[in-house]
Design a protein around this ligand. Structure first.
Ligand code: TXA
Ligand code: MG
Length: 319
């Protein structure tokens, strides 16, 4: 049975917080995508998150908190981290910091690492829920592992049955791609995942940011598998002409002719609009009547980096 979708009223949020404290899982909206949340300090709840998503246990979870005070209680917040927090939170920026031994966060949540990924979401419902729960909430995106991330309550309901107690409906997620993950445990900050806070914005605070695969340290985000965000149909990038039976994700006013169906990520080349539409449109085109989903070239700048990252993984060979 699909989980119950409940409008995120104040009462519903208070009830949801109680469920969280009881070790139940629920889905809640954030500004990026919907999360699948559980009490981060409860080993059994965290184990249920991995089981519900069929997520490999070596892929650690992001821990959601209201802000700086909670971050400092769970992890070492040095000057550099404080700067990032004061400048960017609450926004889609996740920081990887050294975890405190007494943080109380389940070791399973951070896959046994000595670091923690912390994020203060901006969405009003997520913030209310975190305040009402009064404890850190581990929350990956609320999709089955490897599938397209959810930006509506309905998307979540399509992926899960009674593994989750309820889905708080706060409308479509406005940013539409997941948070940027920045590792601050090395000499230079390392961008582990491009996301809702752009590299350009981060450069306003940090001059040296290493991209994965560059630089000396080459740290990896443990769970970043090449194939991810994948619809059932094959995905083809940088499409400039149609192949038989393909559907198209278009950007800008001039779409090449001959596609079986066209959805516009943004007709105005607006990358924020394209990001907000990305996952929902991938799902809408994922229909057996098409042979594949082609995507027009997206500029590798601003939010385009996050969009291209998700699309490259959606197009990667499936294992
Ligand atoms: O926008 C988001 O971040 C959404 C919403 C729900 O907040 N959450 C999300 O979680 O995208 P998830 O689990 O789908 O992605 C978590 C990412 C993974 O790439 C994981 O490898 C990385 O964060 N991560 C988590 N803990 C880490 C750690 N200690 N060190 C390095 N990477 C970590
Ligand atoms: Mg995810």
């Amino acid at each position: 049975m699909a989980p119950q979708i409940v409008p995120a009223t104040n009462d519903a949020i208070v009830d949801a917080a109680r469920l969280l404290r009881d070790g139940k899982l629920l889905s809640f909206p954030t500004e990026t995508v919907y999360g699948l949340g559980g009490d981060a300090t409860n080993d059994a709840a965290v184990a249920r998150i991995f089981a519900a998503k069929a997520r490999p246990r070596f892929n650690p979870l992001i821990v959601h908190i209201p802000g700086l005070t909670e971050a400092a209680a769970l992890a070492i917040v040095d000057e550099r981290a404080r700067l990032a927090i004061e400048r960017f939170w609450p926004r889609p920026l996740t920081l990887v910091l050294r975890r405190r031994r007494d943080s109380g966060v389940s070791l399973l949540a951070s896959a046994g690492l000595d670091t923690l990924a912390l994020r203060a979401p901006a969405h009003a419902v997520a913030r209310e829920l975190l305040r009402a729960a009064g404890r850190p909430v581990a929350a990956p995106s609320a999709n089955r592992s490897g599938r397209v991330s959810p930006t509506t309550a309905h998307h979540v309901a399509m992926d899960f049955d009674n593994e989750i107690a309820l889905i708080l409906d706060g409308g479509p997620s406005p940013v539409g791609v997941e948070s940027t993950v920045l590792d601050l445990t090395n000499a230079n900050p390392v961008l582990l995942r491009p996301g809702g806070v752009t590299l350009e914005a981060l450069h306003a605070v940090f001059d040296q940011i290493e991209l994965p695969g560059s630089g000396e340290s080459k740290p990896r985000s443990p769970g970043r598998l090449p194939s991810h965000y994948a619809p059932s149909l094959p995905v083809r990038l940088d499409a400039t002409s149609a192949r038989p039976g393909e559907a198209l994700l278009a950007i800008g006013p001039h779409a090449p002719p001959g596609f079986a169906e066209v959805l516009w990520l943004s007709i105005n080349d607006d990358l924020a609009e394209a990001a907000a539409n990305l996952f929902a449109m991938l799902r809408r085109l994922d229909r057996p009547e098409f042979t594949g989903i082609a995507v027009m070239p997206i500029p590798e700048e601003g939010l385009g980096r996050a969009i291209n990252d998700r699309l490259r993984r959606a197009a990667a060979p499936r294992t």
